[in-house]
Design a protein around this ligand. Sequence first.
Ligand SMILES: NC(=O)c1ccc[n+]([C@@H]2O[C@H](COP(=O)([O-])OP(=O)(O)OC[C@H]3O[C@@H](n4cnc5c(N)ncnc54)[C@H](OP(=O)(O)O)[C@@H]3O)[C@@H](O)[C@H]2O)c1
Length: 272
Amino acid sequence: MPLPLPTALNRAVVTGASSGIGMALATELARRGYSLIVVARRGEVLEELKTRLEAEFSVSVEVRSCDLADPAARQPLLDELAEREISILCNNAGIATFGPIASLDPQYEKHQVQVNAVACHDLVLAVLPGMVARRSGAILNVGSAAGNMPVPNNATYAASKAFLNTFSESLRGELKGSGVNVTLLAPGPVRTEEIVEEDKTFVDRLVPDRLWVDTAYTARLSLDALARNKMRVVPGPLGQFMSVAGNYTPRGIMAPVVGRFYAKLGEGQAEA
Ligand SMILES: NC(=O)c1ccc[n+]([C@@H]2O[C@H](COP(=O)([O-])OP(=O)(O)OC[C@H]3O[C@@H](n4cnc5c(N)ncnc54)[C@H](OP(=O)(O)O)[C@@H]3O)[C@@H](O)[C@H]2O)c1
C-alpha cells in the first residue's frame, strides 16, 4: 500500500521532532503535504518548527510538548491520538548513554527504556486500532543498527533498540494485507548537525566524513521505504555494514569487539 494520502483531517505524528532525524522527518512529511502533530519536550523549538513548516508548506502543525519518559505525562497524548485520525506515526524520539551501566545514572537508564521502547509501544497501541479499522496507515519505527547485537558499554540503548527492531519487524508480519505499512529505520551513524573540527568527538574522528549520512537523506529514504512497506531501511554504507555484521557475526565474537569501541565513547561522554 502506498502511504495514506494527506487530508484536511488526518495527521502524521513525529516524536522527537525538535532535532535531528525527527525534525528532518517532520520537514519531509510537510514537504509531501502532510499536516502534523509534532512531539518532544522542548515546546519552544517545536513552535519554531511549526512556524517554519506552516509558512513554507500549506500544512497545519500541532505542537505537543510531552516528556515521553513519564508514563503519566504521555497518557493524555496517547488518549488524544487514539481518538484522532492518525495516518502516519514516526516513532523517532530516542536517547542513548555510553559506558558501564553501574557507573551511569539509574534514573536516566530507566528513562531510556521508557523513551526508546515503552513509549514507542504505547504509541503504536494507541494508533493501530484506528489504522486497522480504516485499512490505512503507516508506522516508521526508528530503531538502530545497535539493536542487532550485544553492545557492552551501551547496554540499555542496545537492548531498548533490540526491542524496537524486533517489535517493528514482527508487527509488520502481523499486518500483512491489512493496509497498514510498518518499516524499521535501523541507522548506523547519522550526522544530525554540522560539526567543526575542534568539536569532533572520538566517533567523528574515527568515521570519515564520506561514511556519514545526513538527516534529510535519511528522512527521504525512510519515507520512500515506508511507502513501499519495506521491512527495514538502513541508510549509508557504514550502517549497512553494521547491519550485516551485527546480524550475522556470532554474538560471542561481536560483543567484546564492539564493547571496546563503546568504552571509548563512554570516556568521551564522561569528559563532555
Ligand atoms: N543519529 C544517529 O547516528 C542515530 C543512529 C542510530 C539510531 N538513531 C536513532 O534515531 C532517533 C533520532 O536520533 P537523533 O540522532 O536525531 O537524536 P537527537 O538529535 O538527539 O534527537 C532526539 C529527539 O528525541 C527527543 N526526546 C528525547 N528525550 C525525550 C523525552 N523524554 N520525551 C520526548 N522527546 C524526547 C528530543 O527532543 P527534546 O529534547 O526536545 O525532548 C529530540 O527531538 C533516536 O531514536 C536514535 O536512537 C540515531
